[in-house]
Design a protein around this ligand. Structure first.
Ligand SMILES: NC(=O)c1ccc[n+]([C@@H]2O[C@H](COP(=O)([O-])OP(=O)(O)OC[C@H]3O[C@@H](n4cnc5c(N)ncnc54)[C@H](O)[C@@H]3O)[C@@H](O)[C@H]2O)c1
Length: 248
């Protein structure tokens, strides 16, 4: 359990999946307020209601994080509502798999926009205030997909980019008591892996020592650690979360 008493967090892509798992963990660990940012407002509102039936600590905000004007508006709204932002978890992400020669440039552009450029937009909106308040925690959800799986040139480029971006933020902002770390899961039990054909998923799972994907709450524990003061000297890291799958 971490201690988020008095802290204010923003989680993107938090209507479901990993982002929603992080929101639940923040609420369980005493966060003051958390913003559930997602392009699907209906789902974000349902998640806020489910995780915080009191309606006083979790709030839904509609935003397409790949659109800078929308991010600008949304984060200004959150700042006006919360007064400050201590923690930013960038979890919004998509896949559009195709071999490079068959990949429409639109799919390349979209995945880079949602999975990489949006993180720059969101960080740019919170960092000036984090510097001013001399405190901040940034957690960027990358992926073991950075390694370059078949059919994922757009995803691999974006997720490798997330690792580099995170390291630069860590270096530039450490002196302001801001940490930035990325998390690299290989498979987490969310809707995203349900897009993988069952026969391919079975082979993928067999590579994991316990023959299963990471549970959302298991990843939320890692996010909570990196979002809390327990990780005050952990900065610029990419945390691999694969149950030992990557050990050779
Ligand atoms: N699930 C996995 O196996 C896995 C593994 C490695 C990394 N990841 C990464 O974890 C992150 C979360 O994945 P997930 O499994 O929770 O996915 P998910 O599909 O369950 O949830 C993604 C959420 O992001 C939102 N979203 C998508 N595009 C958006 C946009 N432009 N603006 C705002 N919101 C948007 C969706 O509405 C959805 O609520 C992603 O960055 C993904 O690449 C997932």
């Amino acid at each position: 359990m971490s201690n988020f008493t008095g802290k204010f967090a923003v989680v993107t892509g938090a209507a479901k999946g990993i982002g929603a798992g992080a929101v639940k963990r923040f609420l369980d660990d005493g966060i003051e307020k958390v913003a559930i940012v997602d392009m699907n407002l209906e789902a974000a509102e349902a998640t806020a209601k489910e995780l915080d039936p009191t309606g006083t600590r979790a709030f839904a905000f509609k935003c397409n994080v790949a659109d800078y004007d929308d991010v600008d508006r949304c984060f200004d709204e959150i700042k006006a509502a919360f007064g400050r932002i201590d923690i930013l978890v960038n979890s919004a992400g998509i896949v559009r798999d195709k071999t490079i020669i068959n990949m429409p440039v639109e799919d390349w552009d979209l995945v880079l926009a949602v999975d990489l450029t949006s993180l720059v937009y969101c960080c740019k909106k919170v960092l000036p205030d984090m510097i001013e308040q001399d405190y901040g925690k940034i957690v960027n959800i990358s992926s073991m997909g950075f390694g370059g799986a078949f059919g994922q040139s757009n995803y691999a480029a974006a997720k490798y980019g997330v690792i580099g971006l995170t390291r630069v933020i860590a270096k530039e902002c450490a002196k302001y008591n801001i940490t930035a770390n990325s998390v690299c899961p290989a498979a987490v039990d969310t809707d995203m892996i349900k897009t993988i054909p069952p026969e391919i998923l079975k082979v993928k799972m067999a590579a994991f020592p316990r023959n299963r994907a990471c549970k959302v709450e298991e990843l939320a524990s890692v996010i909570a650690f990196l979002s809390s003061d327990d990780s005050s000297f952990v900065n610029g890291e990419r945390i691999i979360v694969t149950d030992g799958r990557m050990c050779v």
